[in-house]
Design a protein around this ligand. Structure first.
Ligand code: G3H
Ligand code: ZN
Length: 285
């Protein structure tokens, strides 16, 4: 059994979640690996297509693989929100153990078709596939929660059942009020636990929660312990921790010529944030 399958199985059995933490550079990747080592837990390191374009495919993938190789933690390389089937297949060929195909912006039939094609390719190589169903709207910071929820297309239980059955996907990212990013002062919309309960009754594959940043801790815990969420994705809070440390340094008026002096502070801040999230997702395990 592959490492990611073992990690998912253990999370299901022990009723906790592991994190997927997104990265696009050296320091964030090191911070994720260090946090997982300190806490003695597995973690997924997520990269997006934009991160791969920014850093270059091989430079970023090889950087992460190098850090994973030297780490004592169980780490899995994952493609987050893969939209281009060609890039997804390239990731599979390059040794990713887990990929996400996000064709959620298409209508159901097309989402099924695109997802199934990826699943067929991935499963031949033992790679786990996560897919998404439902639509998260583009959120403008000034938008009220009411407006966000009006534009959101939450995952429909009937469609979800058909989707899982026709695609053979391994895990499902559903839309239950979750959004990407953090919104203040109103806070992110509430998760729809009623809907999550209905989905849980109909679907037996593990659920993934996207948009982990800004979701109240009690809601995250409840989703994990009562509704079987096995994996929570975090990106924005990592970026905020990283940039916060750099801004604080700049505001302090110190001058350095060695970028490592500043970037190592950002790395420490991200490690602290990832450790905090790992604590939360373990739910007393
Ligand atoms: O795919 C990544 C996650 O869903 C990140 O969401 O930026 O709200 O943490 P977030
Ligand atoms: Zn996401």
């Amino acid at each position: 059994m592959s490492l990611i399958k073992e990690i998912i199985k253990e999370a299901q059995e022990k009723e906790y979640a592991f994190g997927t933490f997104d990265t696009s550079n050296l320091e964030v990747t090191q911070a994720i690996a260090r946090a997982a080592e300190v806490k003695g837990v597995p973690a997924m390191i997520g990269v997006t297509e934009t991160a791969l374009r920014y850093a270059g495919f091989l430079p970023l993938v090889n950087l992460i693989k190098g850090i994973m190789k030297e780490s004592e933690a169980d780490l899995v390389l994952h493609l987050d929100h893969g939209k281009d089937p060609e890039i997804i297949k390239k990731c599979i060929d390059e040794g990713f153990e887990s990929v996400m195909i996000d064709a959620s912006h298409y209508e159901l039939e097309q989402n099924i078709e695109i997802t199934k094609d990826v699943v067929d390719y991935a499963h031949k190589k033992g790679v786990v596939v996560q897919a998404e169903l439902g639509k998260i709207p583009r959120v403008d910071p000034k938008m009220r929660n009411e407006e966000i929820l009006k534009r959101m297309e939450k995952t429909d239980p009937d469609e979800a059942e058909e989707f899982v059955q026709k695609t053979g996907v391994d895990t499902l990212a559903m839309i239950i009020g979750n959004i990407h990013g953090m919104y203040k002062p109103e806070g992110n919309p509430k998760l729809d636990f009623d809907l999550l309960g209905k989905l849980k009754k109909r679907i037996s594959i593990p659920f993934i929660l996207h948009g982990g940043s800004g979701t109240p801790s009690e809601d995250v815990k409840k989703a994990i312990t009562e509704y079987g969420i096995v994996n929570v994705n975090i990106d924005t809070e990592i970026r905020v921790a990283f940039m916060g440390a750099i801004s604080d340094f700049c505001i302090s008026g110190h001058m350095v010529t060695d970028p490592r002096k500043v970037l190592s502070l950002a790395r420490d801040a991200v490690q602290e944030k990832v450790e905090e999230k790992i604590e939360l997702f373990r739910c007393n395990n």
